[in-house]
Design a protein around this ligand. Structure first.
Ligand code: SF4
Ligand code: SF4
Length: 197
């Protein structure tokens, strides 16, 4: 009988010990929130989805070169020297310092499905053009949805800028050829004069 009562007490005691933590937490401040209706504030320096600020990107390619998983893909085009648009790039956002743009960024894609959030791209960017945002709610059933196209230029603008550059390069080439022909002609004249004397 005594053994039976001892076993009963051991059972009750074990339950009480097991429930100790549960009871304690019943009177503590709640730390869980009902996501997605509620959520904790995201720290400003969180490494979530990347965002390109196209005005600040000079097309230097440093971010793509340092990315360990090759998820950044960039294409650029030289800005034609006499481009009437006279484009500028925001080199120092804090001091609102703009410089003449040397390269158009015709393609800037990031495949967020591959990104490992290492933040190396944001570290090497000279003008803070690529930055993490606090947005983390962008999961998708389709990985194509995670390929972000950040380029602001339309395909038509890219074609017209390419044409403008090609025309400029053709003119430069023609001018160089004309200058070389003129120099050769003058050299031939000088040689003829020298042999006549
Ligand atoms: S955070 Fe890292 S992995 Fe993601 S794009 Fe930048 S360099 Fe590449
Ligand atoms: S985002 Fe920054 S590092 Fe990348 S190409 Fe643009 S300026 Fe260069």
């Amino acid at each position: 009988m005594a053994n039976y009562i001892k076993n009963m007490w051991d059972g009750v005691y074990t339950v009480l010990v097991g429930m100790k933590i549960t009871w304690k937490h019943m009177f503590m401040k709640k730390v869980t929130v009902q996501y997605p209706d509620e959520m904790y504030p995201i720290p400003k320096n969180a490494r979530n989805r990347l965002q390109l600020y196209a005005d600040q990107c000079n097309g230097c390619n440093s971010c793509a070169r340092i990315c360990p998983v090759n998820c950044i893909s960039i294409e650029t085009l030289r800005v034609t020297p006499n481009d009437p648009e006279n484009p500028k790039v925001l080199e120092d956002p804090e001091n609102d310092h703009w410089l003449p743009r040397k390269l158009w960024v015709t393609k800037y894609d990031i495949d967020m499905a591959k990104c490992c959030y290492c933040s190396l791209c944001t570290t090497v960017c000279p003008s803070a053009a690529i930055q993490h945002t606090t947005d983390f709610e962008y999961s998708s059933y389709f990985k194509e949805d995670l390929l972000y196209h950040f380029t602001a230029m339309t395909p038509e603008t890219v074609v017209s800028k390419k044409q403008m550059l090609e025309e400029h390069q053709a003119k430069e080439k023609a001018a160089k050829a004309a200058a070389a022909a003129k120099a050769a002609e003058e050299q031939a004249k000088a040689a003829a004069t020298a042999s006549a004397n």
